[in-house]
Design a protein around this ligand. Structure first.
Ligand code: B12
Length: 233
Protein backbone atom coordinates (compact mmCIF):
# COMPACT_ATOMS: atom_id res chain seq x y z
CA UNK A 1 0.00 0.00 0.00
CA UNK A 2 1.29 3.46 -0.88
CA UNK A 3 2.61 5.42 2.08
CA UNK A 4 0.28 8.27 1.15
CA UNK A 5 -2.74 6.05 1.57
CA UNK A 6 -1.64 4.87 4.99
CA UNK A 7 -0.75 8.40 6.12
CA UNK A 8 -3.97 9.92 4.80
CA UNK A 9 -6.07 7.26 6.49
CA UNK A 10 -4.31 8.00 9.77
CA UNK A 11 -4.70 11.79 9.44
CA UNK A 12 -8.44 11.45 8.75
CA UNK A 13 -8.96 9.02 11.62
CA UNK A 14 -7.14 11.49 13.89
CA UNK A 15 -9.34 14.32 12.66
CA UNK A 16 -6.32 16.33 11.52
CA UNK A 17 -7.62 18.34 8.54
CA UNK A 18 -4.39 20.27 7.95
CA UNK A 19 -2.37 17.08 7.78
CA UNK A 20 -5.01 15.34 5.65
CA UNK A 21 -4.95 18.20 3.14
CA UNK A 22 -1.15 18.31 3.05
CA UNK A 23 -0.92 14.55 2.35
CA UNK A 24 -3.71 14.71 -0.24
CA UNK A 25 -1.85 17.49 -2.08
CA UNK A 26 1.39 15.49 -2.11
CA UNK A 27 -0.39 12.32 -3.20
CA UNK A 28 -2.17 14.11 -6.07
CA UNK A 29 1.13 15.69 -7.15
CA UNK A 30 2.63 12.22 -7.30
CA UNK A 31 -0.17 11.30 -9.74
CA UNK A 32 -1.87 8.77 -7.55
CA UNK A 33 -5.32 7.85 -8.89
CA UNK A 34 -7.78 10.16 -7.05
CA UNK A 35 -10.38 7.42 -6.92
CA UNK A 36 -7.95 5.03 -5.24
CA UNK A 37 -7.21 7.78 -2.75
CA UNK A 38 -10.90 8.19 -1.94
CA UNK A 39 -11.63 4.49 -1.76
CA UNK A 40 -8.54 3.17 -0.02
CA UNK A 41 -7.74 6.08 2.25
CA UNK A 42 -10.83 8.26 2.78
CA UNK A 43 -13.64 5.73 2.70
CA UNK A 44 -11.67 3.13 4.65
CA UNK A 45 -10.83 5.75 7.30
CA UNK A 46 -14.51 6.69 7.54
CA UNK A 47 -15.44 3.03 7.93
CA UNK A 48 -12.98 2.67 10.80
CA UNK A 49 -14.19 5.86 12.46
CA UNK A 50 -17.82 4.81 11.99
CA UNK A 51 -17.12 1.45 13.59
CA UNK A 52 -15.34 3.04 16.56
CA UNK A 53 -18.28 5.41 16.97
CA UNK A 54 -20.62 2.44 16.94
CA UNK A 55 -18.51 0.65 19.55
CA UNK A 56 -18.51 3.76 21.82
CA UNK A 57 -14.72 4.02 21.46
CA UNK A 58 -15.09 7.55 20.11
CA UNK A 59 -17.86 10.13 20.31
CA UNK A 60 -19.62 12.67 18.09
CA UNK A 61 -16.93 15.40 18.38
CA UNK A 62 -14.30 12.89 17.17
CA UNK A 63 -16.58 11.80 14.33
CA UNK A 64 -17.11 15.45 13.38
CA UNK A 65 -13.37 16.15 13.32
CA UNK A 66 -12.74 13.07 11.17
CA UNK A 67 -15.53 14.14 8.81
CA UNK A 68 -13.99 17.61 8.58
CA UNK A 69 -10.58 16.13 7.71
CA UNK A 70 -12.26 13.91 5.11
CA UNK A 71 -14.08 16.92 3.64
CA UNK A 72 -10.78 18.81 3.35
CA UNK A 73 -9.19 15.91 1.50
CA UNK A 74 -12.23 15.27 -0.70
CA UNK A 75 -12.41 18.99 -1.57
CA UNK A 76 -8.92 18.83 -3.07
CA UNK A 77 -9.68 15.57 -4.86
CA UNK A 78 -12.86 17.07 -6.32
CA UNK A 79 -10.84 20.02 -7.69
CA UNK A 80 -8.45 17.56 -9.31
CA UNK A 81 -11.26 15.48 -10.81
CA UNK A 82 -12.86 18.62 -12.23
CA UNK A 83 -9.54 19.62 -13.83
CA UNK A 84 -8.97 16.26 -15.43
CA UNK A 85 -12.45 14.97 -16.03
CA UNK A 86 -13.83 17.38 -18.61
CA UNK A 87 -16.84 19.60 -18.26
CA UNK A 88 -20.53 19.31 -18.66
CA UNK A 89 -20.59 20.75 -22.16
CA UNK A 90 -21.95 17.73 -23.97
CA UNK A 91 -24.43 17.04 -21.23
CA UNK A 92 -26.44 13.95 -21.95
CA UNK A 93 -29.05 14.41 -19.26
CA UNK A 94 -30.27 16.32 -16.32
CA UNK A 95 -29.89 14.55 -13.02
CA UNK A 96 -31.40 15.69 -9.74
CA UNK A 97 -29.31 14.52 -6.81
CA UNK A 98 -29.78 14.95 -3.08
CA UNK A 99 -29.54 13.42 0.37
CA UNK A 100 -32.89 12.29 1.78
CA UNK A 101 -34.91 14.17 4.37
CA UNK A 102 -33.52 13.99 7.90
CA UNK A 103 -30.02 13.17 6.69
CA UNK A 104 -27.17 15.69 6.71
CA UNK A 105 -24.42 13.39 5.37
CA UNK A 106 -23.02 14.87 2.17
CA UNK A 107 -19.45 13.70 1.64
CA UNK A 108 -20.41 10.70 -0.48
CA UNK A 109 -23.18 12.58 -2.29
CA UNK A 110 -20.72 15.32 -3.23
CA UNK A 111 -18.40 12.72 -4.75
CA UNK A 112 -21.29 11.23 -6.69
CA UNK A 113 -22.13 14.71 -7.95
CA UNK A 114 -18.61 15.41 -9.15
CA UNK A 115 -18.11 12.05 -10.85
CA UNK A 116 -21.40 12.45 -12.71
CA UNK A 117 -20.44 15.97 -13.76
CA UNK A 118 -17.03 14.84 -14.98
CA UNK A 119 -18.78 12.34 -17.25
CA UNK A 120 -20.53 15.26 -18.93
CA UNK A 121 -23.82 15.01 -17.07
CA UNK A 122 -25.78 18.02 -15.90
CA UNK A 123 -26.14 17.53 -12.15
CA UNK A 124 -28.58 19.54 -10.07
CA UNK A 125 -27.31 18.89 -6.56
CA UNK A 126 -30.10 20.00 -4.25
CA UNK A 127 -28.15 19.35 -1.08
CA UNK A 128 -29.00 17.50 2.10
CA UNK A 129 -32.16 16.98 4.14
CA UNK A 130 -34.25 17.09 0.96
CA UNK A 131 -37.98 16.41 1.15
CA UNK A 132 -39.51 14.00 -1.36
CA UNK A 133 -41.68 16.76 -2.81
CA UNK A 134 -38.58 18.88 -3.45
CA UNK A 135 -36.84 16.09 -5.39
CA UNK A 136 -39.92 15.85 -7.61
CA UNK A 137 -40.41 19.59 -7.93
CA UNK A 138 -36.79 20.07 -9.02
CA UNK A 139 -36.98 17.16 -11.45
CA UNK A 140 -40.07 18.69 -13.07
CA UNK A 141 -38.50 22.14 -13.14
CA UNK A 142 -35.31 21.07 -14.93
CA UNK A 143 -36.91 18.30 -17.00
CA UNK A 144 -34.61 15.73 -15.41
CA UNK A 145 -34.14 12.19 -16.66
CA UNK A 146 -32.81 10.75 -13.40
CA UNK A 147 -33.54 11.28 -9.73
CA UNK A 148 -30.61 10.12 -7.59
CA UNK A 149 -31.15 9.71 -3.86
CA UNK A 150 -28.44 9.28 -1.26
CA UNK A 151 -28.94 8.19 2.32
CA UNK A 152 -26.56 7.23 5.10
CA UNK A 153 -29.21 6.96 7.79
CA UNK A 154 -31.52 3.97 8.05
CA UNK A 155 -34.21 6.30 9.36
CA UNK A 156 -34.21 8.21 6.05
CA UNK A 157 -34.53 5.15 3.81
CA UNK A 158 -38.37 5.15 3.80
CA UNK A 159 -38.27 8.43 1.87
CA UNK A 160 -36.81 6.57 -1.12
CA UNK A 161 -39.84 4.31 -1.15
CA UNK A 162 -42.13 7.32 -0.67
CA UNK A 163 -40.64 9.03 -3.71
CA UNK A 164 -41.42 6.05 -5.92
CA UNK A 165 -44.94 5.77 -4.52
CA UNK A 166 -45.63 9.48 -5.05
CA UNK A 167 -44.24 9.39 -8.60
CA UNK A 168 -46.72 6.58 -9.32
CA UNK A 169 -49.59 8.49 -7.73
CA UNK A 170 -48.78 11.52 -9.89
CA UNK A 171 -48.42 9.39 -13.03
CA UNK A 172 -44.81 10.45 -13.30
CA UNK A 173 -43.12 7.10 -12.69
CA UNK A 174 -42.34 6.54 -16.37
CA UNK A 175 -40.69 9.94 -16.60
CA UNK A 176 -37.75 9.46 -14.23
CA UNK A 177 -35.20 6.75 -13.58
CA UNK A 178 -34.79 6.51 -9.81
CA UNK A 179 -31.37 5.47 -8.54
CA UNK A 180 -30.45 4.91 -4.92
CA UNK A 181 -27.25 4.57 -2.90
CA UNK A 182 -25.49 5.27 0.37
CA UNK A 183 -24.35 3.21 3.38
CA UNK A 184 -27.49 1.37 4.52
CA UNK A 185 -28.96 0.99 1.01
CA UNK A 186 -28.64 -2.53 -0.38
CA UNK A 187 -29.42 -4.15 -3.73
CA UNK A 188 -32.24 -6.04 -2.00
CA UNK A 189 -33.72 -2.76 -0.77
CA UNK A 190 -33.55 -1.33 -4.29
CA UNK A 191 -35.49 -4.36 -5.57
CA UNK A 192 -38.00 -4.10 -2.73
CA UNK A 193 -38.89 -0.46 -3.36
CA UNK A 194 -38.88 -0.77 -7.16
CA UNK A 195 -35.92 1.54 -7.84
CA UNK A 196 -34.33 1.45 -11.30
CA UNK A 197 -30.77 1.11 -10.08
CA UNK A 198 -28.49 0.74 -7.10
CA UNK A 199 -24.80 1.60 -6.89
CA UNK A 200 -22.32 0.95 -4.15
CA UNK A 201 -19.91 3.77 -4.97
CA UNK A 202 -19.72 7.09 -6.74
CA UNK A 203 -18.04 5.39 -9.68
CA UNK A 204 -20.97 2.95 -9.85
CA UNK A 205 -23.39 5.89 -9.74
CA UNK A 206 -21.76 7.39 -12.81
CA UNK A 207 -21.77 4.07 -14.68
CA UNK A 208 -25.41 3.44 -13.80
CA UNK A 209 -26.46 6.77 -15.27
CA UNK A 210 -24.64 5.98 -18.48
CA UNK A 211 -26.28 2.54 -18.67
CA UNK A 212 -29.78 3.83 -17.95
CA UNK A 213 -29.52 6.66 -20.43
CA UNK A 214 -28.24 4.43 -23.21
CA UNK A 215 -30.68 1.59 -22.47
CA UNK A 216 -33.37 2.90 -24.77
CA UNK A 217 -35.89 1.66 -22.19
CA UNK A 218 -38.31 3.83 -20.31
CA UNK A 219 -38.55 3.62 -16.52
CA UNK A 220 -39.56 1.78 -14.44
CA UNK A 221 -37.22 -1.18 -14.86
CA UNK A 222 -38.61 -4.57 -13.95
CA UNK A 223 -35.39 -5.37 -12.10
CA UNK A 224 -32.97 -2.66 -11.00
CA UNK A 225 -29.50 -2.36 -12.47
CA UNK A 226 -27.16 -3.31 -9.64
CA UNK A 227 -23.55 -2.15 -9.66
CA UNK A 228 -20.99 -2.79 -6.95
CA UNK A 229 -21.25 -5.87 -4.84
CA UNK A 230 -21.30 -5.19 -1.12
CA UNK A 231 -18.86 -8.03 -0.58
CA UNK A 232 -16.27 -6.95 -3.11
CA UNK A 233 -16.47 -3.18 -3.11
C1 B12 B 1 -18.81 11.37 8.48
C2 B12 B 1 -20.00 10.87 9.24
C3 B12 B 1 -20.80 11.81 9.87
C4 B12 B 1 -20.60 13.32 9.78
C5 B12 B 1 -21.24 13.80 8.44
C6 B12 B 1 -20.47 14.96 7.82
C7 B12 B 1 -20.95 15.24 6.42
N1 B12 B 1 -20.94 16.52 6.10
O1 B12 B 1 -21.32 14.37 5.64
C8 B12 B 1 -21.37 13.84 11.05
C9 B12 B 1 -20.41 13.89 12.21
C10 B12 B 1 -22.03 15.21 10.89
C11 B12 B 1 -22.34 12.70 11.25
C12 B12 B 1 -23.52 12.83 11.98
C13 B12 B 1 -24.34 11.77 12.27
N2 B12 B 1 -24.13 10.47 11.99
CO1 B12 B 1 -22.75 9.85 10.77
N3 B12 B 1 -21.32 9.00 9.92
C14 B12 B 1 -20.28 9.48 9.30
C15 B12 B 1 -19.41 8.30 8.79
C16 B12 B 1 -18.29 8.08 9.77
C17 B12 B 1 -18.80 8.45 7.40
C18 B12 B 1 -19.76 8.82 6.25
C19 B12 B 1 -18.93 9.22 5.05
O2 B12 B 1 -18.75 10.39 4.78
N4 B12 B 1 -18.33 8.22 4.35
C20 B12 B 1 -17.42 8.44 3.25
C21 B12 B 1 -18.19 8.62 1.93
C22 B12 B 1 -17.20 8.81 0.78
O3 B12 B 1 -18.91 7.41 1.71
P1 B12 B 1 -20.50 7.34 1.58
O4 B12 B 1 -21.13 8.50 2.22
O5 B12 B 1 -20.93 5.98 1.96
O6 B12 B 1 -20.75 7.51 0.01
C23 B12 B 1 -20.29 6.58 -0.95
C24 B12 B 1 -21.31 5.49 -1.29
O7 B12 B 1 -22.22 5.22 -0.26
C25 B12 B 1 -21.94 5.95 -2.56
N5 B12 B 1 -23.14 6.77 -2.53
C26 B12 B 1 -23.50 7.74 -1.68
N6 B12 B 1 -24.64 8.31 -2.05
C27 B12 B 1 -25.03 7.70 -3.19
C28 B12 B 1 -26.15 7.92 -4.00
C29 B12 B 1 -26.31 7.13 -5.14
C30 B12 B 1 -27.49 7.36 -6.00
C31 B12 B 1 -25.36 6.12 -5.44
C32 B12 B 1 -25.58 5.24 -6.62
C33 B12 B 1 -24.24 5.92 -4.63
C34 B12 B 1 -24.09 6.72 -3.52
O8 B12 B 1 -20.92 6.70 -3.19
C35 B12 B 1 -20.12 7.38 -2.23
C36 B12 B 1 -18.71 7.49 -2.70
O9 B12 B 1 -18.19 6.26 -3.14
C37 B12 B 1 -20.46 7.15 8.79
C38 B12 B 1 -19.88 5.73 8.93
C39 B12 B 1 -19.61 5.11 7.57
N7 B12 B 1 -18.58 4.35 7.47
O10 B12 B 1 -20.34 5.33 6.62
C40 B12 B 1 -21.35 7.56 9.96
C41 B12 B 1 -22.79 7.10 10.00
C42 B12 B 1 -23.41 7.17 8.61
N8 B12 B 1 -23.42 8.08 10.87
C43 B12 B 1 -24.30 7.57 11.67
C44 B12 B 1 -25.05 8.28 12.63
C45 B12 B 1 -25.94 7.45 13.54
C46 B12 B 1 -24.98 9.69 12.72
C47 B12 B 1 -25.74 10.58 13.70
C48 B12 B 1 -27.22 10.20 13.93
C49 B12 B 1 -24.95 10.61 15.01
C50 B12 B 1 -25.62 11.29 16.18
N9 B12 B 1 -25.87 10.49 17.18
O11 B12 B 1 -25.94 12.45 16.13
C51 B12 B 1 -25.61 11.96 13.02
C52 B12 B 1 -26.78 12.22 12.04
C53 B12 B 1 -26.85 13.62 11.57
C54 B12 B 1 -27.87 13.73 10.44
N10 B12 B 1 -29.09 14.16 10.76
O12 B12 B 1 -27.60 13.40 9.32
C55 B12 B 1 -24.46 6.06 11.44
C56 B12 B 1 -25.72 5.72 10.64
C57 B12 B 1 -26.35 4.43 11.10
C58 B12 B 1 -27.54 4.11 10.27
N11 B12 B 1 -27.44 3.08 9.43
O13 B12 B 1 -28.55 4.77 10.34
C59 B12 B 1 -23.10 5.73 10.74
C60 B12 B 1 -23.16 4.51 9.78
C61 B12 B 1 -22.07 5.50 11.88
C62 B12 B 1 -22.30 4.22 12.61
N12 B12 B 1 -21.51 3.21 12.35
O14 B12 B 1 -23.18 4.13 13.42
N13 B12 B 1 -21.90 11.54 10.67
Amino acid sequence: MSKFIEELREAIINGDREEAEAITKKALESNIDPQVLIQEAGSKAMDIVGQRFNDFEIFLPDLTLAADAMKGSVGLIIEKLKETGGGGEDSVANIVLGTCFGDMHDIGKNLVSVLMATAGMQVHDIGVDVKVKDFIQKAEEVDAKIIAMSSLLSTSLPFMEDLIRILKEKNLRDKYYVIVGGGPVTPEFAVEIGADAYGRSAVDAREICKQLLSSGKKPPFEKPVILGDLKTN
